[in-house]
Write a protein that binds this ligand. Structure first.
Ligand SMILES: O=C(O)CCC(=O)C(=O)O
Ligand SMILES: [Fe+2]
Length: 222
């Protein structure tokens, strides 16, 4: 798993992380109300337009397996990042051990989500923070096929540079691709050492069709 583009450009694409069949199986969960703990209608909160549903524990098998499979590479990257920033944080080899840490701090609700956008929908630039326990990277998997299932709806990141204008980054995704990106910020090496730049992500307006995404967040929510 090549995550070096996170350091260079702020996000790394993982091509064909899921097969078309696996994507369809996850989309099919949308109507399984028992799989979710909560629905958010984005327009009601000023989050954009569209809907998303938070998975409930226990997670459906394919979703649980995917988060577990991503953990080792992401934890290794997060540990290098923590060393670079000098935070002293160490992310454990097992994701379950990180979740225990979250739970001790009162964060014990699943944060994985299934998002659904129709024509006209969009996702405002945001950061997925649910309490003081934050795993610094997250992933999103595109479950629909661009140009066939929907048009528009690009995955967008912005990097807020200190005392400068923000930098936009668009990550073109194909069906089953994942994008790995920072939850809140990333370290950048400058002339006077390392500093953090704030990152936000969102989705541009869908022009037509329906677009589903699986959001994989590694910290739980309070
Ligand atoms: O729909 C997307 O591509 C982005 C979803 C999102 O905000 C997330 O996964 O945290
Ligand atoms: Fe998000």
């Amino acid at each position: 798993m090549d995550l070096t583009d996170i350091d260079r450009h702020g996000a790394a694409r993982l091509p064909a992380l899921l097969s078309p069949e696996q994507c369809a199986d996850i989309i099919a969960l949308w109507d399984d109300s028992a799989a979710f703990r909560k629905e958010v209608v984005m327009a009601r909160h000023g989050y954009g337009s569209g809907r998303y549903r938070y998975f409930a524990y226990p997670l459906p098998e394919p979703v649980a397996a995917l988060r577990k499979a991503l953990w080792p590479a992401l934890a290794a990257h997060a540990n290098r990042r923590a060393a670079m920033l000098g935070t002293g944080e160490i992310y454990p080899a097992r994701h379950a051990d990180f979740l225990n840490r979250c739970a001790l701090g009162g964060q014990d609700k699943a944060t994985l989500l299934l998002l659904r956008y129709e024509a006209g929908d969009w996702n405002a630039l945001h950061q997925d923070v649910y309490g003081p326990h934050i795993f610094p990277l997250q992933a999103a998997v595109l479950l629909s096929q661009p140009e066939r299932d929907f048009t528009g709806g690009a995955f967008v990141l912005t990097e807020q540079r200190p005392r400068m204008q923000s930098r936009p980054e668009v990550v073109p995704l194909a069906l089953g691709d994942a994008v790995v990106f920072p939850v809140r910020d990333r370290p950048v090496m400058g002339a006077r050492g390392v500093h953090r730049v704030q990152m936000r992500h969102g989705v541009s307006r869908l022009l037509s069709g329906v677009r589903y995404t699986l959001g994989i967040i590694f910290h739980d929510a309070a």
